[in-house]
Design a binder for this molecule. Structure first.
Ligand SMILES: NC(=O)c1ccc[n+]([C@@H]2O[C@H](COP(=O)([O-])OP(=O)(O)OC[C@H]3O[C@@H](n4cnc5c(N)ncnc54)[C@H](OP(=O)(O)O)[C@@H]3O)[C@@H](O)[C@H]2O)c1
Length: 320
């Protein structure tokens, strides 16, 4: 089968299309003939070699989420899965291929009306968006700032906050065109990457959901209202400056909270329940998925170049 591996850590040109044996599902796994493959920010991080200390090596087959049809079952898997159209989390490996394997606990049937591209755009990121707002104890009427809203996580946070009755949903983004698209999805105020602009935006926020982190994180801590909650869900902009915790301590009398959040800490069945409900909402048009573009699997290099260049709004999807 055709697959895309990291020939050499570094830029996108280090990816290579290769022929690999079709994987055999282990006990408890299914094999899926892929029709859509999600390309995520974490794939680029692995490709650069940044996570080599976690055991990622050159030759690694990238990809975390796919949609397609079940073509083979491992021992112990219920026969009813055979032939079903599903979404699947493949871990941090194995997705960029014509056939992928996943543990059956990480597989979800696709509702009618949901395309494979929709599923891999929403499947991983929607759960992060949902539980990030949950961790922030977001309540109707509160003001929310979504930092790094143009990615698939932020796009869903914006919609969920708007749908949840937020008093305001401000976003940071790098262009007016993206701002307009985010307004169409429910944003009420558009700020630049430094949090400036949006003259009528609230001066403080009850909740900040941050996909970016990076050296400017402290500036956004200052934007919390008293009793405000800040949840960092990504590091698209790198690590924050080492003294950001002092900012919190200096604001002691405002009772601010800072948390990191990884969906890995949510029990699998809870993730699947939220994902399943989001898939139904997306199939009914109540939650919008934003697929930046669909490219053939053998153009994974182009997909990664576009991600690296910051050109992607939403998610890139590969098809075999
Ligand atoms: N918490 C979890 O469980 C979980 C799960 C999966 C992934 N993640 C993390 O989430 C991130 C990827 O999420 P995503 O795909 O939604 O986001 P993304 O597309 O990587 O980034 C979102 C947006 O942030 C802005 N941005 C990027 N770099 C920036 C910088 N240096 N400074 C300011 N803004 C910047 C860009 O928008 P503009 O150009 O419009 O500003 C970009 O479109 C990764 O860090 C990944 O590790 C977390």
């Amino acid at each position: 089968m055709k697959a895309v591996v990291i020939r050499e850590f570094g830029n996108a040109d280090g990816l290579e299309v290769v022929d690999l044996p079709v994987p055999v599902p282990a006990p408890g796994q299914v094999r899926i003939a892929t029709e859509a493959i999600g390309v995520g920010g974490v794939d680029a991080v692995i490709r650069r070699g940044t996570l080599a200390q976690y055991g990622f090596r050159e030759g690694h087959l990238l990809g975390s989420e796919v949609a397609g049809s079940v073509t083979a079952l491992g021992e112990g898997v219920d026969a009813s899965w055979m032939g079903r159209r599903v979404w699947a989390f493949t871990g941090l490996a194995g997705g960029y291929a014509e056939q992928a394997v996943a543990s059956v606990e990480d597989v979800l049937p696709l509702p009618d009306g949901l395309t494979g591209a929709d599923a891999v755009t929403l499947g991983g990121s929607g759960v992060v968006a949902h539980f990030a707002l949950d961790r922030a104890r977001f309540a109707p009427g509160e003001t929310v700032l979504v930092r790094g809203a143009a990615g698939s996580i932020g796009i869903t946070v914006v919609q969920l906050a708007a749908r949840g009755g937020a008093g305001a949903v401000a976003v940071t983004t790098s262009s007016a065109e993206r701002g307009a698209r985010l307004r169409d999805l429910g944003a009420t105020h558009v700020l630049d990457r430094s949090g400036e602009g949006g003259s009528d935006a609230p001066s403080g926020f009850d909740v900040v959901i941050d996909v970016v982190a990076g050296p400017q994180l402290s500036l956004f801590l200052d934007r919390l209202n008293s009793n405000g909650r800040y949840v960092a869900v990504g590091v698209a902009g790198g690590r924050p400056s080492a003294d950001f915790g002092m900012r919190l301590m200096d604001a002691f009398r405002r009772s601010l909270s800072f948390a990191t959040f990884s969906a890995d800490t949510v029990p699998g069945p809870d993730r699947q329940a939220v994902r399943s409900s989001q898939f139904v909402d997306a199939a009914h048009g109540e939650l919008r998925t934003v697929t930046h573009e669909v490219l053939p699997l053998d153009q994974a290099v182009l997909a990664h170049r576009e991600m690296d260049a910051g050109k992607v709004f939403g998610r890139v999807v590969l098809t075999p």
